[in-house]
Design a protein around this ligand. Structure first.
Ligand code: AMP
Length: 461
């Protein structure tokens, strides 16, 4: 998963992009980068690590004059966790200086890469995003036409910000798998993965970039906005609202917080006969669902974990060993809260089951009498091909075990998943007042909205 942002027509382009990246840090902690363009030549600075350790005032103010910028934070276990794949990617080609930042996964990457290699293309990265730059460099016509021609060749998930000199382009694949929003501050447009990154700097969220939309922004104006491919049906990732996105971002007409509260309410309605002493969230993502559960069930909300904020998300680490270590450091139970209690423990999801198992064992050590483990989404049974780094099927606990087996493995007294129907209801809000399901739910159903074969690439950004 990754976070992207772009801004143009602003003397503070670098600072706005930096603030955006800090706000999108949860979408990727491995590397961070900014490309800036203005009167001086376009330049990119990127490095491994958190945004705050990559960029300091000196790097920004002294090295980054310019009025248009794009930025990227990256997380992937894919194409090697190394500087070479940190984005934005910047190139110089027949069309000028171009930089791109991508969130998603181009599923026909391997096929296109083979075709490009045969034509003599030289690759310097291993990430899927690079093919887009090759396609752009080889195409002829106006820059917008070149981008459209190139996008039409791509399949899968891509939310993109592209910078060419001082022109900012945003694009979203025709399914709208990954989020992308349009915002404004003063005379400048901003394009970002999430609305929180626009609002944090005092900007205003305007709307979502539509699935299949390309938007070209120049000198503070939307020069063009059009659909490069007709969409059959929107398939926006529902897991963004379950886990990935910030609670203060707006999705489908409500904050993600609101969707999560509803997930908790629906869960409580699914288990009306439950008797427990406390409802307790697994921080941070379980927080709002636990609140919704508590309000609906009238069971006391209690915070029984202390979270170490200096340790990142446990999943966002490239190896199991690092994940294990980080999870241990991250959460400690408060004995007085959990000792002798019947606990409704609310988390967003179970993936491999390893973090959950560890958490439950430390809760047992702290004296929890009963643990009713409640998840704000259905069991994850299929890998994601559209940018969320879920492991392959053999590592997904729910793909290989029945609920009874999971109860035994996790050592819980009950295990309840939010039904898919209720999840969709919680996330839908007022989307154009339409009742149809506009979500990709493939990780819960194993039914994918695009063709999946053994050549399908899965490890994007
Ligand atoms: P586990 O079941 O041990 O693999 O870990 C599940 C935890 O990881 C959940 O509590 C989520 O908060 C978090 N999580 C779920 N999916 C992802 C993902 N794709 N990337 C990062 N973290 C995730």
């Amino acid at each position: 998963m990754c976070g992207i942002i772009g801004v143009e027509n602003n003397d503070n382009a670098a600072i706005i992009t930096l603030s955006g990246l800090l706000t999108l840090q949860h979408r990727g902690e491995e590397s961070a980068g900014i490309t800036i363009s203005g009167e001086e030549k376009m330049k990119t600075f990127k490095a491994m690590g958190l945004v705050s350790s990559v960029f300091n005032e000196d790097v920004l103010i002294n090295n980054f004059p310019g009025t248009a910028a794009i930025g990227h934070v990256r997380y992937t276990t894919s194409a090697k966790s190394s500087l070479i794949n940190a984005q934005p990617f910047q190139i110089s080609c027949i069309h000028g200086n171009i930089a791109v930042a991508h969130n998603g996964n181009i599923t026909n990457f391997l096929e296109i890469k083979q075709m490009l290699l045969k034509k003599g293309a030289i690759f310097s990265h291993t990430a899927d995003t690079e093919i887009l730059l090759h396609l752009i460099a080889m195409a002829k016509g106006s820059f917008a036409d070149v981008v459209v021609d190139s996008l039409r060749k791509l399949e899968g998930a891509f939310s993109l910000v592209i910078l060419k000199d001082k022109t900012l382009i945003g694009a979203r694949d025709e399914h709208g798998f990954r989020p992308l929003v349009l915002g404004k501050i003063d005379d400048s447009y901003i394009i970002s993965s999430e609305s929180a990154a626009v609002e944090v700097i005092g900007g205003t969220y305007i709307r979502d970039i539509k699935p299949g939309e390309v938007i070209v922004i120049e000198k503070g104006l939307i020069k063009k906005s059009f659909s490069y491919k007709k969409l059959k049906k929107q398939n926006t990732c529902i897991f963004e609202q379950v886990y990935f996105s910030r609670s203060d971002s707006i999705m489908f007409g409500q904050t993600v917080k609101e969707a999560r509260v509803k997930m908790g309410e629906y869960l409580a309605n699914q288990m009306k006969d439950i008797k427990a002493d406390i409802v307790m969230p697994v921080p941070d993502t379980g927080y709002f669902a636990a609140l919704g559960f508590s309000r609906t069930s009238n069971i006391l909300f209690e915070n029984g974990f202390v979270r170490n904020h200096y340790v990142g998300r446990s999943f966002i680490k490239p190896s199991q060993h690092l994940r294990d270590l980080t999870a241990r450091l991250k959460l400690r139970p408060i004995k007085e809260v959990v000792n002798g209690k019947k606990i409704v423990l609310v988390d967003d999801s179970i993936v491999r089951g390893t973090t959950s198992k560890r958490l439950i064992s430390i809760l047992r050590e702290a004296g929890a009498e009963k643990i009713y483990f409640v998840l704000s989404c259905p069991p994850i049974i299929g890998p994601c091909y559209y940018g969320i780094d879920t492991p392959s099927e053999e590592h997904l606990i729910a793909a290989n075990n029945s609920v009874e087996e999971m109860i035994k493995y996790l050592d819980v007294d009950k295990l309840i998943f939010l039904s898919l129907e209720n999840l969709i209801k919680a996330c839908s809000c007022s989307f154009d007042n339409k009742k149809e399901n506009v979500f990709c739910t493939s990780c819960f159903t194993g039914k994918y909205p695009t063709k999946i074969s053994k050549n399908t690439y899965k490890k994007g950004c």
